[in-house]
Design a protein around this ligand. Structure first.
Ligand code: DC
Length: 205
């Protein structure tokens, strides 16, 4: 069983997907964390975010590990905290844009999604990674609200950069034709999760 949660930064994906996975007893798979880990490694190794071939090679050589408790590791380093920094925020969209990188990440994401029931969070889960997902939800929220939420979680983040990153990600942020769009503006996390759970019940019925 795969529940795909896609949408732009700050729409509530991570909080909702993690909590939903907890309620359902499913595995939570944060695909953005995988691109962030690679971006961190590229910064660490001095690989330019425009160097598609070198980034593809880096991704092939170093598999990202997603721990059950949310830990993220790459190339022998625990990068759980290091991937949520303004430095990584600035380059991750460019790093993730290269087909050479996406091919490696998507293959790994598919592999992970096929072995357990999971809630998968990203941008292209419902469209490319898991088009067979039993439920696809595309979360949206007003830009002001998305910026407010991001700053509440990460006061050092930049509103301008969040919106710039979204513009860079836009091509990969198309909702699947069969995704249910859910506007989370003004909704609490619990309200969003309740709605997704009732969609799941409808599907199961
Ligand atoms: O969800 P996030 O903000 O942590 O994602 C970080 C970046 O990774 C985001 O700028 C776009 C990219 N990404 C992607 O291209 N495809 C995904 N499935 C997930 C994230």
């Amino acid at each position: 069983m795969i529940v795909a949660i896609d949408g732009p930064a700050g729409a509530g994906k991570s909080t909702v997907a993690r909590a939903l996975a907890g309620r359902l007893g499913y595995r939570y798979l944060d695909t953005g964390a995988m691109y962030r880990a690679l971006a961190w490694l590229a910064l660490n190794r001095g690989v330019a975010s425009a160097d598609a071939e070198a980034l593809g090679a880096l991704a092939r050589a170093h598999q990202v590990e997603l721990g059950l408790g949310g830990a993220v590791a790459i190339a022998g380093s625990d990068v759980t905290a290091a991937i949520r920094t303004p430095e990584v925020d600035r380059v991750v969209s460019a790093v993730s844009a290269h087909p050479q990188v996406r091919e490696v990440m998507r293959a790994r994401q598919r592999e992970l999604s096929l072995v357990v029931d999971c809630v998968m969070e990203g941008r292209d889960i419902g469209t490319v990674v898991a088009p067979q997902a039993e439920l696809k939800v595309y979360l949206v929220a007003d830009p002001d609200e998305r910026v407010r939420r991001r700053l509440a979680q990460r006061p050092e983040a930049s509103a301008a950069e969040l919106l710039a990153r979204d513009a860079g990600d836009a091509e990969r942020m198309q909702p699947a034709a069969d995704a249910v769009q859910l506007d989370t503006t003004g909704l609490s996390i619990d309200e969003v999760i309740d709605r997704i759970e009732s969609l799941l019940r409808e599907r199961a019925a």
